[in-house]
Design a protein around this ligand. Structure first.
Ligand SMILES: Cc1cc2nc3c(=O)[nH]c(=O)nc-3n(C[C@H](O)[C@H](O)[C@H](O)COP(=O)(O)O)c2cc1C
Length: 318
């Protein structure tokens, strides 16, 4: 079973991915947050940096593109290919209001004719690249997944990564497993499961039920516990790796120091670190008082106090 790190805008940029690789690893592939292929523009500096080979050493990185325009998509795919990549991913899952209102991300799932003609052009123009799809199961109704799968089955999708929620679910409720089962049984392309895997037991439940799966992708569960993929693979071959505070602290400091040297504004560094902690704090026992401290930290001095305190005082959850 292959294990993937999900793309997460604002969280899994190259600084995070590199630190993850250095301290934990275990990902067969890591996906970049989406790059928007729009109009006549080229890639932004931030996007170029994120996929630069020197910032992706030691990891198999798959750049992800979001667009509803096949020409723009193909143009960006070639720009990415020129930087040494042979595999890219299409974002057909983003539920964000601003993205969906422009008919992109999961907004493309509501009109299967348009989706079909987009994929027809993309796959027609990129026969030499591995093009995978990351998708939700529908826009408004999970029953849409049957029509959507019919479209996907017409193309040589390198991997079909399925998050079994509709756009309107955003992240609420549970993944709609009966619809995932339908896709798993009827997809002509290799399927990867993505959604709500938080620990080794969740992973085992999925892989025992769906033993033909090509891969499993983990997003929030990995930001919560960056050692999750290492724990899963060690569990399969021997004693399970369990993250310790010292390694977690080094991982944290690596990311924090990189942000401090690369971002100028204190406010932005704080914002980015807080985003990680919104998930990672769950690793610590009795974390409420520390979470309050984190939320109140409005400068790096207070943030440092929070970090020292939580790592010194709090235990990791078993
Ligand atoms: C903050 C945030 C940012 C995300 N950014 C992206 C993105 O750039 N591209 C994408 O395909 N999915 C994105 N996702 C969705 C995740 O990749 C993943 O599909 C989703 O979180 C469900 O998997 P999980 O339950 O393992 O987290 C994002 C999710 C979150 C919460």
């Amino acid at each position: 079973m292959k294990l993937y790190m999900a793309p997460m805008e604002g969280l899994t940029g190259y600084i995070y991915r590199q630190a993850f690789g250095r301290y934990f690893g275990g990902a067969d592939k890591v996906f970049t947050p989406f790059i928007a292929a729009e109009g006549s523009r080229s890639m932004k500096n931030k996007e170029i940096k994120d996929i630069a080979p020197e910032n992706n050493k030691g990891l198999y990185t798959v750049p992800q593109i979001i667009s509803n325009n096949a020409d723009n998509f193909v143009r960006f795919a070639r720009l990415i290919e020129n930087r040494g990549y042979e595999e890219i991913n299409i974002n057909l899952g983003c539920p964000s209001g601003t993205v969906v209102s422009k008919g992109k991300g999961s907004g493309m799932l509501g009109d299967t004719d348009k989706l079909d003609s987009f994929l027809d052009k993309v796959y027609g123009a990129l026969p030499d690249m591995k093009v995978s799809v990351k998708t939700r199961i529908g826009l408004k109704d999970p029953e849409e997944c049957m029509k959507i799968l019919k479209v996907y089955n017409r193309y040589p999708i390198h991997e079909l990564i399925v998050h079994p929620r509709i756009r309107e679910d955003v992240y609420k409720g549970s993944p709609r497993m009966e619809y995932f089962s339908y896709i798993y049984e009827n997809s002509l392309n290799p399927v990867c499961y993505n959604g709500d895997i938080k620990n080794v037991a969740d992973y085992e439940e999925i892989t025992e039920k769906y033993h033909k799966l090509q891969a499993v992708m983990i997003g929030r569960g990995l930001i919560r516990n960056p050692a999750i993929l290492k724990s899963i693979s060690s569990h399969e071959s021997g004693p399970e790796y369990v993250v310790d505070k010292q390694t977690l602290r080094m991982f944290h400091d690596d990311i924090y120091n990189a942000y401090k040297s690369y971002l100028e504004q204190e406010k932005i560094i704080l914002f980015k670190m807080k985003e990680i902690w919104c998930f990672m704090i769950d690793l610590f026992a009795d974390n409420e008082k520390y979470f309050k401290m984190l939320k109140k930290s409005d400068n790096l001095r207070n943030y440092n106090i929070f970090v020292n305190k939580i790592f010194y005082e709090a235990d990791l959850n078993p």
